[in-house]
Design a protein around this ligand. Sequence first.
Ligand code: SAH
Length: 221
Amino acid sequence: MNGASDGIRGIGMTSARTRDRLVQRLRAHGIRSQAVLNQIRNVPRHLFVDEALASRAYEDTALPIGHGQTISQPYVVARMTEALLDAFTGEKVLEIGTGCGYQTAILAPLVKRVYSVERIPELLKRARQRLRDLDIYNVQFRPGDGWDGWHKYAPYDGIIVAAAAPEMPARLLEQLAPGGRLIIPVGPAGRQELTLVTRRDDHFERCSLDPVSFVPLVPGK
Ligand code: SAH
């Protein structure tokens, strides 16, 4: 973003300085990965929300995207991406809950391939178009139920879920490769924990990261 385009918008809220402030805030809140922070700086979050909300796009807050859904808070996107990619050596990541595609756009340039599943086709269609507009081509999208994962391309080295599950989805655990990492908010509304599951040879290791607040992972189609 440069001064000229800010002038056209007449608000200056999408400028480099505004984005730098967001990056500084995330760093102050404990995000360490420079690769993730660079992505937060580079991905134009204002293109993922309605124009009426564009001036708030670089606030560290969730915003409505229609259909009763939200674009996740940048801190949470950064935290989840950092946790997923910490010591990550794999290639394939499954994302559940594409929504507007912001998390997808942050993640995709940092891995070889992303497979993204969303149950609301209208959101999926717009997300697909946005990523194309941003020249991101290593993502495959599918409308469907995230509880089923995406069997065709399993196993995945990483799985990232952007909606809260009351209990751990068994099919996602099955589709995790040995050594693979699953990041998922688990628990009922008001008591969700961002959870990291690592698949070991003969068991799953589970650890809680942060209390979080996500829209629910809707059961079934
Ligand atoms: N990843 C988005 C946040 C999306 S909000 C971002 O970057 O901001 C969560 C999304 O999960 C919503 O779009 C919702 O429709 C979707 N979702 C909820 N339950 C689902 C399910 N069972 N299967 C697939 N997607 C689901």
